[in-house]
Design a protein around this ligand. Structure first.
Ligand SMILES: [Zn+2]
Length: 184
């Protein structure tokens, strides 16, 4: 059972935007998810599970990353972790208060934990991960009230495109053109 996330296409109606013009805000957010999808395509090109992420604040890109668990032989090298690390370096700060993270797939438990630790304000993800998603699908770490920080969660931007990338990857995997897969 998926815990409700705010449907993105309705989100701006509730006045979440920083601009009074909902069309402009929708375009901006779509553009950032497009950037995350570009990152995911880099992972696909490297035969990694195609997941990409960008961290943004005040409509400025702070960090980007794509899944590189195989390339770096590091199970923690998920797109979100690399994007958060990069954003923290950009700001020279361990916290990213007021920042948004855009991810093409619902973050896992590790990445959800990192998003909380980084104090990221808003999470936008494209497609739910019904097997390991930790932002509403299996767990809901980013909205766990016992933690000292919670995150606003929105889903569904470019969900079809993100899902297609993952399908392409796993189809290749089934055809044995990829030996191993990094995400469980
Ligand atoms: Zn992760």
């Amino acid at each position: 059972m998926i815990k409700d996330t705010v449907n993105f296409t309705k989100m701006w109606l509730f006045g979440h935007a920083q601009s009074n013009n909902p069309t402009i805000m929708l375009t901006l957010k779509n553009n950032w998810m497009k950037q995350a999808l570009l990152e995911a395509r880099k992972a696909l090109a490297d035969n990694e599970v195609p997941v990409g992420a960008v961290v943004v604040k005040d409509d400025q890109l702070l960090g980007r990353g794509y899944n590189r668990t195989q390339a770096l032989t590091d199970p923690t090298a998920h797109a979100e972790i690399l994007a958060i690390t990069s954003a923290c370096q950009t700001l020279n700060s361990e916290h990213l208060k007021g920042a948004d993270i855009y991810v093409t797939l619902e973050p896992c438990a590790m990445c959800a934990g990192a998003i909380v630790l980084a104090r990221i304000s808003r999470l936008y993800f494209a497609v739910h991960d019904l097997k390991t998603g930790a932002c509403g699908s299996v767990f809901d770490i980013v909205r766990e009230p016992r933690l000292n920080h919670t995150v606003e969660v929105y889903s569904g931007i470019y969900a079809d495109e993100s899902e297609q990338l993952l399908k392409d990857f796993f189809e290749r995997l089934r055809n044995n053109t990829i030996v191993e897969c990094g995400y469980s």
